[in-house]
Design a protein around this ligand. Structure first.
Ligand code: IMP
Length: 178
């Protein structure tokens, strides 16, 4: 375990096993539909995307978006697109891949953006879900793990850009969050 980590919340083995199950659930959803284009949000969702796609039997393609939230006059906030998709998504089924749904703002705004771009359907898969922090009424359709209200790092999630490389999800020692 990394020296800065206080405890592991979800191990790499658990993530692998759950990703396998999620892939099956997702495949069931698309059984009678066109396979989805996976849209992964940079940078946090990359390790989860890599884990998840290994378990698909259907052919899937993926693309990336990078967004940053900014505080507008609306209390709900908004997102700014830093990197847009490489292709048109008109008429496509989109599976948005997220690392964590926290307040729900990102998923809410990006889903809206993808629908405005002409997506046929937008579903969301998130490795983690922190329902106690929700400010916007939005749910991921497929969730890896529900976690308590703690700031977590690892498996793509960062604290000041660090710890994304860890192969598990954990909590840092208290003094590091000061
Ligand atoms: P939301 O828009 O509030 O749902 O937040 C989504 C984004 O906030 C995630 O994609 C993460 O980048 C970041 N985030 C939320 N909670 C955590 C956490 O516990 N650790 C690291 N990043 C987090």
């Amino acid at each position: 375990m990394h020296q800065d980590v206080k405890k592991i919340i979800v191990s790499g083995k658990e993530i692998e096993a759950r990703s396998k199950e999620l892939a099956k659930e997702i495949e069931t959803h698309y059984k009678d539909k066109d396979a989805p284009l996976l849209v992964a949000l940079l940078k946090g969702s990359i390790p989860f995307l890599a884990e998840l796609i290994k378990h698909f039997e259907i052919d899937v393609e993926y693309d990336f978006m990078d967004v940053s939230s900014y505080e507008g006059t609306e209390s709900i906030g908004d997102v700014r697109i830093l990197k847009d998709l490489d292709q048109s998504i008109k008429g496509l089924n989109i599976l948005l891949v997220e690392d964590i749904v926290d307040t729900g703002r990102t998923v809410h705004e990006v889903t809206k953006t993808l629908m405005n771009k002409g997506a046929q359907e937008v579903k969301v898969v998130s490795l983690l879900d922190k329902p106690s922090r929700r400010l916007v009424d939005v749910e991921a359709d497929f969730v890896g793990f529900e976690i308590p209200n703690e700031f977590v790092i690892g498996f793509g999630l960062d604290f000041n850009e660090k710890y994304r490389q860890l192969g598990y999800v954990g909590v840092l020692k208290d003094e590091l969050y000061q």
